[in-house]
Design a protein around this ligand. Structure first.
Ligand code: 13P
Ligand code: 13P
Ligand code: MG
Ligand code: MG
Ligand code: MG
Ligand code: MG
Length: 383
């Protein structure tokens, strides 16, 4: 008796600029989902993080279901109509196609889904972000499922002691690899510490291969074939009895980490955990936000949410994030505030280079150094 949780998100317009999806858009989505209760879905909750709308849905139709994805697409289309009427900024931004064709993947919206047999009690945490991309979850998912200093349960809960399996996607090479912790932890880190290429897609419990977490990893910039934007991500994590406790799922965000995104999707900045009311990024269009909504899944219904980061226990994390924001903002257009060229969402640098092409002059005395003339020694070569 399986239930599916689908979280599908899109940015279809902001009030004003890229700051907020207004109530009118959320209401348009809710009206579409309400119509579909009992027909397609069992229950739903609509929220926003900045200019992104998040549709949290429960149903019995499994992952990648055409009806569920079509429903989300319809909701975003209705919201887009209003966004266009109001001339909201970037109206229809994440709907890259004019018509729906079976599945939202590759069409602009982000999507995280998992199907499971409901446990005696089924706590889940849904994370929704703005002003960052799916690699924002690499660091916290590692902490949740592989770091015993974060998750005491890895040491004390017999059903977690055999560890977790990470499904890592190479979003540039379009391939995936499974890595098991704790044994392959260092190889896992070698990949997921590189945000240019690798993003965690799913985490499984090794003891029984149960799904533990899923992220909307499809990067908009790559699926569209050209650089059209950052896919502000969502994730679902199961908690308690055999999975990390809710507090262990949230704990990685108590010490904010740096993520790509922020202004023009082209800067490093801290990710700040906030309650739903504070998911309103405006300073330099940020800094990046993450909200965490706790639900109890009960016979397929979504009981809740509990707005988990609204807790005062995260006040210090917010303070720290703001301090990190001040520090890195000072760098302006210099790295490491600015992202490497391969990760920037907007850049005029190629045009600048084009304009300067005829003005570059070869450096004298370095003629001997041709391409490939300098070889870097591998660590293994050092005597
Ligand atoms: P309670 O004693 O509040 O039920 O908490 C138990 C627990 O496991 C907290 O992580
Ligand atoms: P979004 O990805 O949230 O639309 O923001 C884009 C941007 O350019 C912010 O400065
Ligand atoms: Mg936007
Ligand atoms: Mg956004
Ligand atoms: Mg975006
Ligand atoms: Mg409900």
């Amino acid at each position: 008796n399986k239930v599916t949780i689908s979280v599908i998100k899109a940015d279809v317009g902001g009030l004003c600029g890229h700051t907020l999806a207004p109530d009118e858009l959320l209401e348009a989505c809710e009206a579409v989902l309400e119509e579909a209760v009992d027909e397609i879905i069992l229950d739903y909750y609509v929220t926003r993080c900045g200019d992104d709308i998040d549709l949290i849905m429960s149903h019995k139709l499994g992952c990648d279901n055409e009806k569920v994805h079509g429903l989300a697409w319809k909701a975003f289309e209705e919201a887009t109509k209003i966004a266009k009427e109001l001339k909201l900024y970037g109206a229809g931004q994440d709907l890259l196609s004019d018509s729906f064709s079976g599945n939202v993947r590759g069409m602009g919206p982000g999507c995280a889904e998992m199907e499971f047999v409901e446990r005696k009690s089924e706590p889940i945490v849904v994370f929704c972000c703005d002003k960052t991309d799916p690699t924002a979850f690499n660091y916290p998912l590692f902490k949740m499922f592989a770091d015993p200093f974060n998750t005491a349960g890895l040491v004390f809960d017999p059903s977690m002691i055999s560890g977790f399996r990470f499904e890592v996607h190479d979003v540039v090479g379009h391939k995936k690899v499974f890595l098991d912790t704790p044994e392959e932890m260092y190889m896992l880190l070698a990949l997921i510490g590189d945000y240019e290429k690798y993003a965690i897609k799913r985490v499984y419990r090794r003891r029984d291969n149960e799904i533990a977490a899923v992220v909307s990893t499809e990067k908009l910039n790559y699926i569209a074939g050209e650089y059209v934007g950052k896919d502000d991500p969502v994730a679902i994590v199961r908690a308690q009895s055999g999975f990390p406790a809710v507090g262990e799922v949230l704990e990685p965000f108590a010490n904010p980490h740096f993520v790509p995104g922020w202004m023009r999707g082209s800067h490093w900045g801290p990710i700040m955990p906030v309650g739903e009311e504070d998911a309103t990024p405006t300073r330099f269009d940020g800094p990046a936000r993450v909200i965490a909504l706790g639900f109890q899944v009960c016979d397929g219904m979504l009981i809740g949410p509990n707005d988990l980061f609204a807790d005062r226990g995260f006040d210090k994390a917010r303070e720290k994030a703001l301090e990190m924001a001040d520090i890195i903002r000072r760098m302006g257009p210099f790295q490491p505030h600015r992202l490497p060229a391969t990760m920037m969402e907007y850049t005029t640098v190629p045009k600048v280079l084009e304009a300067l092409e005829d003005r570059f002059i070869p450096l004298e005395g370095l003629e001997l150094i041709e391409e490939g003339g300098i070889t870097r020694k591998d660590r293994g070569d050092v005597e």
